[in-house]
Write a protein that binds this ligand. Structure first.
Ligand SMILES: *Cc1c(COP(=O)(O)O)cnc(C)c1O
Length: 380
């Protein structure tokens, strides 16, 4: 007899920890269950003995971790009778919203900053049939507009201020603990709105059966009495470390930033929506925030592609750029286990990738001698 079970997405997989009932129609594209890849070459190259993993969230259905939140947010929106969803986006939220809305048969409205979204993300929002509204302003301006318009039109906001988003995204922490058999010592993430670092903390806390899972958003679903009591999976939670792009680092400045700039467009956010939660995560976990320059971010992206065969988008590489610096300085000590979240796939932003390597392409005549010369002079 076959015992095969098809993986049908993270809500089904973690059903008893998700805000759904037996009757809920689940809107899923098979998201979650992403690879946790141990880096084999980079730790040795920097001469440090660390157990360094990347959680490759770029392998979700639309190419970013946003799918984890979107399956839950759209499932609940549909259950509550909503016919349309809306979000402001630096790109990946709009791609996910567009795809899950298509799956559900509802309309997605997405507000994006004109000219500042990576090509792949724009293609996704458009081809899935979202109504794409470009605004002459940045993400923060779009977010403010979305909050306002949702008061005047029958649309459900699916940005990470929607608490179901974080409930979906907490499952990344579950997967890591399930796979390693324990929580890692450190968990490093890029920080934009800070929803994802908060969601991971909710997940780790819930698995450690710790109260702070409730203090953030889970209480909305269990009405003060934690439904997870007695279901502890791990006794430890990681130190949480959030890295920002230097031109877009409100957590480092200690205040909102009005004109954020960075090549890492997914974290080009000056007014983080989960500001208070993220400070709490830092304090409760004994973690810290730090910033990386665009040069460091692109160097880390290149290092991952050329030394490990892993292609993530610039924003995602911020986690590795920061972690490598803190490993080198000893702030993250040798012997530690470290997980870096690679939030989105490198194919999202082909322009930035090609720009970094344009001068490495060879062009030769279409004849044997020329191709042979090109090969022999480039053997390593
Ligand atoms: C959304 C996003 C982030 C930032 O996540 P927050 O929850 O806003 O902090 C980072 N990287 C990528 C690729 C993203 O799409």
């Amino acid at each position: 007899m076959s015992t095969a079970t098809r993986y049908t997405g993270l809500i089904e997989h973690y059903r008893d920890r998700m805000p759904v009932t037996a009757d809920t129609r689940i809107i899923s594209l098979g998201e979650g269950n992403t690879p946790l890849v141990r880096l084999e070459n980079i730790p040795g190259a920097i001469g440090k003995d660390v157990e360094l993993y990347v959680k490759y969230e770029g392998l979700n259905p639309t190419g970013s971790f946003k799918d984890r939140g979107m399956t839950m947010a759209v499932t609940r929106a549909v259950e509550e009778g909503s016919r349309a969803i809306i979000c402001a986006s630096t790109g990946n939220t709009s791609a996910a919203a567009a795809a899950y809305a298509a799956r559900a048969g509802i309309t997605a409205f997405v507000l994006i900053p004109e000219g500042k979204i990576a090509l792949g993300k724009l293609a996704q929002a458009m081809i899935h049939g979202a109504v794409v509204i470009q605004i002459r302003g940045n993400f923060d301006a779009g977010m403010a507009l979305v909050k306002e318009v949702a008061d005047h039109a029958p649309v459900t906001i699916v940005n990470s201020i929607n608490p179901y988003r974080l409930q979906g995204q907490k499952t990344a922490a579950f997967e890591i603990v399930d796979e390693l058999g324990r929580a890692p010592d450190f968990h490093c993430l890029p920080v934009g709105n800070a929803g994802n670092i908060t969601a991971h903390w909710i997940g780790y806390s819930e698995y450690a059966q710790h109260d702070s899972a409730c203090v953030t958003t889970a209480c909305a679903f269990c009405e003060g009495k934690c439904k997870f009591s007695g279901k502890s999976v791990t006794d430890k939670r990681p130190v949480m470390v959030g890295y920002q792009a230097a031109g877009s680092a409100p957590f480092m400045r200690g205040e909102m930033v009005d004109h954020p700039e960075t090549v890492a467009t997914a974290i080009r956010i000056g007014h983080p929506q989960s500001w208070d939660y993220a400070w709490k995560v830092k304090d409760e976990s004994g973690g810290w925030f730090d910033e990386c320059t665009d040069e460091e971010i692109l160097a880390a992206q290149k290092l991952l592609t050329s030394r490990e065969g892993i292609f993530c988008e610039p924003a995602s590489a911020t986690s590795v750029a920061g972690a490598l610096r803190d490993i080198q300085s000893g702030k993250i000590p040798e012997g530690s286990s470290v997980v870096c979240t690679l939030t989105g796939h490198g194919l999202k932003d082909p322009d930035t990738a090609i720009k970094q390597c344009a001068d490495t392409m060879l062009t030769v005549d279409a004849e044997l001698g020329a191709v042979k010369d090109a090969i022999l002079s480039n053997m390593s």
